[in-house]
Design a protein around this ligand. Sequence first.
Ligand SMILES: [Zn+2]
Length: 312
Amino acid sequence: MTSHRVPREWPTGLLEVAPGVYAYVSPTGDSGLSNAGLILGERSATVVDTLLAPSLTRPFAEAVRRATGLPVTRVINTHHHHDHTGGNWAFPEAERYASAAARDLLIRKGKPMEAYRALLPRFAAEFEAVEIFPPTVTFQGAWALYDGRREIRIIPAAPAHTFGDVMVHLPADGVLFAADVAFHYVTPLVSEGSVEGWVKACEAVLALDVEVIVPGHGPVGTRRDFELMRDYWLLIRDEGGRLLDGGLTPAEAARALPLGPYREWVAWPRTLWNLARWQAERQGPVPDLVSDDVALAMHTAMQKLSQWGALR
Ligand SMILES: [Zn+2]
């Protein structure tokens, strides 16, 4: 068990993490509250992810305008989830880059409003009116863009959080926008990805020469913060796997797992869903999109777990 202190608050808003490179960090990191990024080039700017709902995207787009007079000509969507693609409308002049899988997943997913009303009650009504702008340029494998100032490497990481994940690496700046391959002090969720794949993606991240890791949820961090999340996945894989092998259901295993400080991470009951996915993954191929039925069943089970946890 990796002991550590869990921060409750962290710097938010547009934070310069290297010259001309910004993380846009949301408070709490809970469902729907994700991070984004801004990379300034010589004559144009690149945005990494666009947040979920207009009340989140508008202040981000405003912060981008205050930070630079450069036009945003590129949006990179790190994966298909709506808290990373829902604000694409705010950058209408930009080409939108994503992996081919992420574009396909975004289009196939549509807008599962019934599930969102349960899982994202705070933003569901607002999100319902959002028009989805799918990626306009897709790629497979590793890619690079050059903005006149620096190399922007796009590194495939799937399957980890989803089957379409990419990360954005700025080698000259030692910065990695890991997006939802990294959750810092917010419980990661693997509902549409792979536990085994995520552990591999963690090793790939730690093999990079990076000092600053911008996660999809939670504070900007270092390799140390990222390692804590990697250790969470090892706990799910190994200790969680043993509990499931012993015949426990994912709900029982979530109660029995010695989470230690991870019990203080935001949204710890996601551990139940992660264990359910891990159990499914060990039994055979897993679907690349979660059905509304599964999402709603998991929501109910996590609420029960949360109530159980509150009594202890
Ligand atoms: Zn996501």
